[in-house]
Write a protein that binds this ligand. Sequence first.
Ligand SMILES: Nc1ncnc2c1ncn2[C@@H]1O[C@H](COP(=O)(O)OP(=O)(O)OP(=O)(O)O)[C@@H](O)[C@H]1O
Length: 258
Amino acid sequence: MVEVLKAERVKYSYGEIQALNGVSFSLYEGEILSILGPNGGGKSTLLKIVSGILKNYEGSVKLYGKEVSVCSIKELARIISYIPQEFSPAFDLRCETIVLFGRNPHVTALHSFTKDDYKIIEESMKRADALEFRDRLFNTLSGGERQRVVIAKAIAQKGKIMLLDEFTTHLDPGHSQKLIELVKNMMKLEGITAINVAHDINQAINMSDRIAFLKDGKILAVGKAEEILTETLIEKVYDAKSTIIENPLTKKPLVVFY
Ligand SMILES: Nc1ncnc2c1ncn2[C@@H]1O[C@H](COP(=O)(O)OP(=O)(O)OP(=O)(O)O)[C@@H](O)[C@H]1O
């Protein structure tokens, strides 16, 4: 198994607030690792460190063996595609232009976008089922339609690692299901690896190879859902009562809160 990312004893604080307090885990090529946990547990902070937004962390975070804090933003953007919960550009931009942003990390100082870039954009929009929005203004689309465009941008970026930050939060069950399928298929076809930050535990169990629970800046458990999930763990993480049954369709654990 190729280790794509290795985090060791990562600590991060915002002034007095210790957001991460000794986080260690590995991410292996081709897997989806979902990170779950209560509000304020440190999930977004972890994604910001992995994507190079927060650099002054303690410990070590290596991507393909290289420390993230010394990678340039452009270098990271060639490896990492980030799909946020919401993307709201400050200006009125056409959807094609948004997807074109995905090609920025591949453009050199000497020449701008090429014919190939435009071909990649068209293919990416087709795959994300977003081609029909090509000439529409991004801000006029619905939440689900926008996410398809943002996913097209991530496809066009051709990063080997995808960071998904609660990317289905504002979507209805139909759109949410379609987008998860799209991301999973894309990952299989392109051999992409993903970290998926989520609150919907059952959705995370169904779409992931492994799950991790982050609380108070520490990982409480990480592994295959069927191996680590217990009612006691759920209570420790969320302070909530649950019962865990077998999902009749997927045969994976299904957490029922009560
Ligand atoms: N810019 C900031 N300045 C100060 N404190 C921050 C900042 N961003 C996050 N924090 C604090 O760091 C801790 C971890 O926050 P983080 O956003 O990483 O949690 P999270 O697990 O993503 O939460 P949620 O599930 O609510 O999105 C929280 O206590 C939060 O208040």
